[in-house]
Design a protein. Structure first.
Length: 377
């Protein structure tokens, strides 16, 4: 692991991150406030402890025009729960429409921040995080004159997509701390932003980049997201020197954290051909399922990578490829693969898996191999 030779202070920080992402005792109920502003649906999670006057705003990535307007906010997700447990308010918005939305998305985030300031009091710190096109939105917010935002984190930001008739464009001149976090094949645009031949004298702030050694767009696990959140706060508190330093003469810090999904909950069949598991989460926008199943369960259940198995649910069987990512199958076909946190995504590519199966969170499913596999030694 890259973290082994980190300074003691950073090692302790990573230990805290891993603990925050693991199982925890029951906490007070987190109150979720929902509503609409200019047609954009919002969700605001109030912390279970006194508010620390800090606000984390989340900007989602591209959603097809046909998708429902959903303010997707899961307070049990470890990265969100960690902020809530420290006293942060965490909030998100659907934006007023789907599709490629940049300018209006920024306006919707501004409106949500203003709503929270009016309803709860003016925050003393506001951080915006965004994934994919949401990372572009966070970057554009960071480039504005310093105002109500104090820091921005952009996960696999798609920096050079263009919204038709948009008056908003990149200046490459952030005014607040801006941290890019990129997976293995998504670094080109963020590296280009950092190394652009532009002068960045004060009050311009030189951005930073963390790398995650994993494939897949926005394929970050919860400890990595928590680590980035901690890092941007350390930067704001104590300056850029508080960021962890790259190792082994590398130009960028490797923030990869190995997944640790915890003990397996799979129930294996007597013949060890397949196993039973449960639905842990359902994506409210795309209908993808997150199963409790882990990669080791597939090995033990004799379902090797790039082979087919049946998902049995509600008395019906569905043929699924155990692959690596969504692109392993055509539109409308079924695929399952490990996610960055060590659990399993089950998807009907560009279709609604949960709706097709008529399934909900907590429901049991059986995974049964279809193709012969070599027995375990």
């Amino acid at each position: 692991m890259p973290q082994r030779s980190l300074p003691a202070r950073l090692a302790l920080l990573l230990a805290a991150v891993l603990l925050a992402a693991g199982p925890a005792a029951a906490d007070p109920v987190v109150k979720i406030e929902v509503g609409q502003i200019l047609g954009a649906r919002f969700a605001i999670a109030n912390p279970p402890v006194p508010w620390n006057k800090r606000l984390l705003l989340l900007a989602h990535g591209y959603r097809p025009p046909s998708a429902p307007l959903v303010a997707d906010l899961n307070p049990e997700r470890a990265s969100i729960k960690a902020a809530l447990d420290e006293g942060w308010i965490v909030a998100t918005t659907s934006f007023r429409r789907n599709g490629l939305v940049i300018g209006e998305a920024i306006a919707d985030l501004d409106a949500l921040r203003a709503f929270i300031a009016n309803a709860y009091g003016e925050p003393e710190r506001v951080i915006v995080e965004g994934d994919s096109s949401g990372g572009l939105i966070a970057t554009l917010i960071a480039e504005r004159d310093k105002g109500p935002y104090d820091g921005a984190v952009a996960f696999d930001a798609t920096l050079y997509i263009k919204e038709s008739n948009s008056q908003v464009g990149l200046s490459l001149l952030p005014r607040i701390p801006l941290l890019f976090v990129s997976t293995a094949r998504e670094t080109k645009e963020s590296k280009g932003y950092l190394t652009a031949l532009v002068s960045r004298p004060p009050p311009i702030v030189q951005p930073a980049l963390f790398l995650v050694s994993r494939e897949g767009h926005t394929n970050f696990n919860q400890p990595e997201r928590i680590f980035a959140f901690r890092a941007i706060n350390a930067w704001i508190d104590g300056g850029r020197d508080q960021l962890p330093k790259p190792l082994d003469q590398k130009p960028y810090f490797d923030a990869t954290v190995a997944p640790d999904p915890g003990p397996s909950t799979a129930l294996f069949r007597d013949d060890r051909k397949g196993f039973d598991t449960r639905v842990a989460e359902i994506d409210p926008v795309y209908g993808n399922l997150l199963l409790e199943a882990q990669a080791g369960d597939f090995v033990k259940g004799l379902i090797p990578p790039m082979t087919y198995f049946n998902v049995v649910s509600n008395g019906a069987s569905t043929r699924v490829l155990y692959g690596r990512t969504y692109s392993d199958v055509k539109d409308g076909e079924w695929v399952a693969f490990p996610d960055a946190d060590g659990r399993t995504v089950l998807s009907r590519n560009f279709a609604d898996a949960a709706g097709t199966l008529g399934i909900k969170v907590g429901d049991p499913v059986a995974l049964v191999p279809l193709e012969p596999a070599a027995p375990l030694r």
